[in-house]
Design a protein around this ligand. Structure first.
Ligand SMILES: C[S@@+](CC[C@H](N)C(=O)[O-])C[C@H]1O[C@@H](n2cnc3c(N)ncnc32)[C@H](O)[C@@H]1O
Length: 231
């Protein structure tokens, strides 16, 4: 049996404190939600079909897909978010098929049993490439032939844009993240899909919101050396 992977306590602590269940209703995250929903509608096999939402948090996508006629299973390692998803499912007209604590690297499902896997979160939290490969391999294992995987990664430019827009480069820890961003996972995920997991990539879409060029750092003072480096 695959040993249960250790879930990073720092990530567990973050989701214990931060209201992820409201994130997609706020600011530019609404754009992420709109675009993600549109892509799922366009590319997922039609209902009735089975969806596994891995890292599904409180069920923002899972519950909507259940309402649309899919049998949806949700897995997330954060008990607080799973409890919230379970509560929302209990009061929903169309509940989730199942909802449980689990990890993308060791899915508790039989081989080739689902039509669509959503992996919208785990990959960018798994900082070790071997862990990302394991999560992709697990998604591939549970997918039926011809099934679809929707996987989210964070662009190598995201931390630089964020740092510029919110003036975070003076924070040495954040500047280090911006420096390290050349090690972005997107090409590596494509390689893993092709070579290790045997899934054929269908497309890559960029949801990065454009930086606001009317931000004070951009239109006023001379950019600092740190800002120029990030640009
Ligand atoms: C930013 S939230 C995204 C939630 C939702 N899927 C969405 O797209 O809005 C990232 C989610 O990934 C989950 N996650 C992090 N590491 C994971 C892992 N190893 N396996 C499964 N889920 C994980 C977190 O608990 C969290 O719910």
């Amino acid at each position: 049996m695959t040993p249960t992977p250790t879930f990073d306590p720092a990530i567990a602590d973050y989701y214990q404190r931060v209201p992820e269940e409201q994130r997609l209703e706020q600011g530019s995250f609404q754009l992420e939600a709109l675009r993600t929903r549109e892509l799922i509608r366009r590319f997922a096999p039609s209902p009735p079909a089975t969806v596994l939402d891995v890292g599904g948090a409180a069920g923002a996508y899972a519950l909507e897909l259940a309402a649309g006629g899919y049998a949806v299973h949700l897995v997330d390692p954060v008990p607080r978010l799973v409890a919230e998803a379970r509560h929302r499912s209990e009061v929903a007209e169309t509940p989730l098929a199942s909802c449980r604590v689990g990890d993308a690297r060791a899915l508790d499902l039989a081989e080739h049993t689902v039509d669509t896997v959503l992996l919208l979160g785990p990959l960018y939290h798994l900082t070790d490439p071997a862990d990302r490969a394991r999560a992709l391999a697990e998604a591939s294992r549970v997918l039926r032939r011809g099934g679809r995987l929707f996987a989210a990664a964070i662009s190598r430019w995201a931390s630089a844009l964020d740092a510029l827009a919110r003036d975070l480069l003076q924070d040495a820890r954040f500047a280090e993240i911006v420096e390290a961003a050349g090690d972005a996972p997107i090409p590596e995920i494509y390689d893993a899909l092709r070579a290790e997991v045997g899934l054929a990539p269908l497309g890559l879409t960029d949801l990065t919101p454009a930086p606001r060029l009317d931000e004070p750092w951009f239109c006023c003072a001379e950019p600092t050396a740190l800002q120029l480096r990030a640009i």
